[in-house]
Design a protein around this ligand. Structure first.
Ligand SMILES: Cc1cc2nc3c(=O)[nH]c(=O)nc-3n(C[C@H](O)[C@H](O)[C@H](O)COP(=O)(O)OP(=O)(O)OC[C@H]3O[C@@H](n4cnc5c(N)ncnc54)[C@H](O)[C@@H]3O)c2cc1C
Length: 713
């Protein structure tokens, strides 16, 4: 009998994959094969969770492999990107790409080939009775987050604030042009630069006098920016740009002031967790204008922090989560954002999954955990009951990836029916095995028992799943309060393929891989130009070049929902919610010229996106809004699809990976305490590393980038 521990990971999203990769890390856990087995239970046909991607097309078995034929368009859960603070995710991806053994004919993927850095964001702000688009150049530098570079620490915060304020004030002077008071602003700019040089020369000088001096200089910078704004005519083309710059300088000054006044350097970021971010910013003197502006609201909006998904109300966000986000952005490490050339699933999730398999992790797809049971004495997980959704024809493990025409591997948008005994019934019934409202009945049930089938369990299940699959565990858990206080928010996503190039949407041509991205300031959806993803789709294998889409835009935002969800027996729920998602996206497009100024061409509806520009298959006679039917949209409503927000007070409710309260259960997923404490791919990856730490002691906590950032040592 094997003496190795058997570790079961529940859920193959980013946190489950990260747990598997950390447990089998050849550097951190070199002897893992002698010590334990790792098995991942995953419902449906793919890994990746909220970051899962599907490719559209027909799957055929050719040359001994599963190939996808068709346009292979990428279909995602929403807009996904990494920020420069995603060091653990980026390092894990870099490791996986390095370790991956490509199959014959597969192009070698690298960080450069598959990630598209962007340092630009175009935000929309509403003032003077209309929307204004303003660019924001996000902090970035030449450091390589997945290299050995030392990450900038909080000790250099004021140096960076002075640098950024100086750059912004210079930009503001450029917009304002010459005027009588310009001399004083120039003089102050020189002062900011001199102070920055002093801080740069004394990087570890913590003397409060220097911080106070920096604060005064930052406060003056705000005053000067306000003066320039006041001086500029509100109708001038530069007014919106100046306003954005003013708001950013005010944000940096307020952050500096708040950090000093609340002694964050000593007390840690979490000391302000109980406060809402807007209250915190207001308490430290931010102006009303800045407080309600896109540059300041962007982190909250990007992270869906709207209670019940209601974007008509101000967002609510723990001040510590907000500050963490902003500080990590200011203390940049590399490029501001990284986008996925082949969609999230194929760029990130597939290499994570493939390397885990390569190392010997077992994945059981179509295994939906239906119960996590507690021992009679309430101390131990003694059983995991699994609904088997489908079985493979030959009993062999399911092979989830398909080969695309360019030789790369991808996740299809449906199960590979030919591998499944129930394939025909699933296809003919258009069954969605990921939906918790699916009418499909399990074809079997397996009870895994402690001591016989497993020894330890990692719950990598999102928080909103746990009351459904582990009610007894939740009831007895010390973290029970988190399930109601954090909850989970539904979101919606849409992707539109457009038969006109990006420039014709009225968007500026940007440098390199920079892209137009709009914060959710235009309720309820944020948007992003994803045209480069088209290159990884296979339109050219199906249509002549002139019939292929010319640009691709993603829309994403909260899906408002109040009250309990219908029971899972109400099987029409997904279709009804998908209709809401579709209607919301169409309604948003009807006024889209506010953010896509070139997209409206119809004289009777000048504010509306011209629906004739939506790509449809050649020969389609769909007119107007009917053309939306050929696009992609979804409502993310399943318990595991709901986004876990970070309301004030959330940090104290989040258990550590090793604080499940049960002897053989470690916790992962983005809702546990990760140091970052914002629902994100990076938090999920950190949570997996922490779960591995809980089970094996590796990796060490100080090797998890950012875990200790902003915390008192
Ligand atoms: C629309 C949207 C956009 C987002 N954009 C970004 C972004 O740009 N950047 C970013 O960093 N983060 C983003 N996020 C957040 C990010 O996707 C999540 O934080 C991350 O996916 C969480 O990973 P996880 O493993 O904790 O959970 P999940 O991703 O939800 O994975 C959980 C896994 O468990 C499986 N599972 C659930 N129940 C069971 C069961 N009973 N049995 C077996 N398996 C089960 C699921 O199928 C899934 O594979 C976004 C989220 C949403 C909703």
């Amino acid at each position: 009998m094997s003496t190795r521990r058997r570790i079961l990971i529940l859920g193959g999203g980013p946190s489950g994959l990260s747990t598997a990769l950390s447990l089998t890390d050849p550097v951190a856990n070199p002897n893992w094969r002698d010590e334990y087995d790792v098995t991942v239970l995953q419902l449906g046909w793919r890994a990746g969770g909220k970051g899962a991607t599907g490719r559209r097309g027909e799957v055929l078995q050719r040359d001994g492999e599963w190939q996808l034929v068709g346009d292979a368009r990428v279909e995602e859960h929403g807009i996904h990107l990494f920020g420069n603070m995603y060091i653990n995710s980026l390092r894990t991806l870099n490791t996986c790409l390095g370790e991956l053994q490509p199959s014959a004919g597969e192009p070698v993927a690298t960080m450069d080939s598959d990630l598209r850095p962007s340092n630009y964001i175009q935000l929309a702000d509403y003032f003077h009775d209309r929307w204004h688009l303003t660019p924001q150049h996000l902090p970035h530098n030449d450091l390589l987050p997945w290299g050995d570079a030392e990450y900038p620490s909080l000790s250099v915060l004021f140096r960076e604030l002075l640098r950024l304020a100086g750059e912004l004030l210079a930009e503001a002077l450029g917009y304002a042009g010459d005027f009588a008071g310009a001399g004083a602003v120039h003089a102050h700019l020189a002062e900011l630069r001199a102070l920055h040089a002093h801080h740069a020369a004394h990087p570890h000088d913590p003397h409060p006098v220097h911080h106070e001096g920096a604060l005064r200089a930052l406060a003056h910078a705000v005053e000067h920016a306000a003066q320039l704004l006041h001086h500029t005519e509100s109708w001038s083309e530069h007014y919106a740009l100046l306003r954005s710059v003013y708001c950013q300088i005010d944000m940096y000054a307020t952050v500096g002031k708040g950090v000093l006044a609340d002694d964050i350097l000593t007390n840690g970021i979490d000391s302000i967790d109980g406060e809402d971010f807007m209250a915190w910013l207001a308490r430290h003197g931010m102006s009303e204008t800045a407080l309600n502006s896109s540059p300041v609201q962007m982190p909250a909006e990007m992270c869906f922090q709207f209670p019940s998904g209601d974007t008509a109300q101000p967002p609510t966000f723990s001040a510590s989560g907000y500050l963490w986000f902003v500080l990590r952005q200011i203390l940049a490490c590399g490029q501001a954002t990284y986008w996925f050339h082949r969609g999230t699933g194929d760029t990130v999730v597939a290499p994570f999954y493939r390397v885990a398999v390569q190392r010997g992790v077992e994945f059981r797809f179509f295994h939906k955990v239906s119960e996590v049971g507690l021992s009679a004495d309430g101390t131990t997980i003694d059983r995991v009951v699994v609904d088997v959704q489908a079985t493979t024809v030959d009993g062999a493990p399911y092979q989830p990836l398909v080969r695309l025409a360019d030789g790369t591997w991808a996740w299809p948008d449906h199960p590979i029916y030919e591998q499944l005994e129930q394939g025909a019934a699933l296809r003919d019934g258009a069954i969605d095995l990921e939906s918790w409202w699916s009418p499909w009945q399990p074809v079997g049930q397996v009870t895994l028992t402690v001591g016989e089938d497993f020894d330890e369990v990692v719950s990598a299940l999102p928080l909103p799943c746990l009351p459904h699959v582990a009610p007894a565990v939740v009831e007895a858990a010390p973290w029970k309060a988190a399930t109601t206080a954090l909850g989970g928010l539904a979101t919606l996503a849409a992707q539109i393929w457009v038969n006109r190039p990006t420039a014709e949407l009225g968007w500026p041509a940007l440098r390199g891989t920079d892209r137009v991205v709009g914060g959710a300031a235009v309720p309820p959806l944020g948007f992003s130009d994803m045209t480069d993803v088209l290159e990884s789709e296979m339109w050219g294998t199906v249509y002549p070049a002139h019939d292929c889409p010319k640009s691709l835009v993603y829309l994403c935002g909260p899906l408002q929902h109040v009250g309990p969800w219908p029971p899972f027996s109400a099987t029409d729920t997904p279709a009804l919610q998908d209709e809401r998602a579709k209607a919301t996206a169409i309604q948003w497009l009807r006024t889209a010229t506010s953010v896509m100024p070139g997209s409206g061409t119809q004289p009777l509806t000048p504010q509306s996106f011209d629906f004739a520009a939506l790509w449809c298959p050649p020969g389609s006679d769909a007119q107007g809004e009917q053309r939306f039917d050929a696009q992609y949209w979804r409502a993310n409503i399943d318990p595991n699809e709901r986004y876990v927000p970070s309301p004030p007070g959330c940090v104290g409710l989040r258990p550590k990976a090793w604080e499940s309260g049960f002897t053989n259960l470690a916790l992962a997923s983005d809702w546990i305490f990760t140091g970052l404490n914002i629902g994100s791919f990076e938090a999920a990856v950190i949570s997996g590393m922490l779960a591995s730490h809980a089970l094996t002691g590796a990796p060490a906590l100080h090797d998890i980038a950012g875990y200790l950032f902003g915390r008192p040592v």
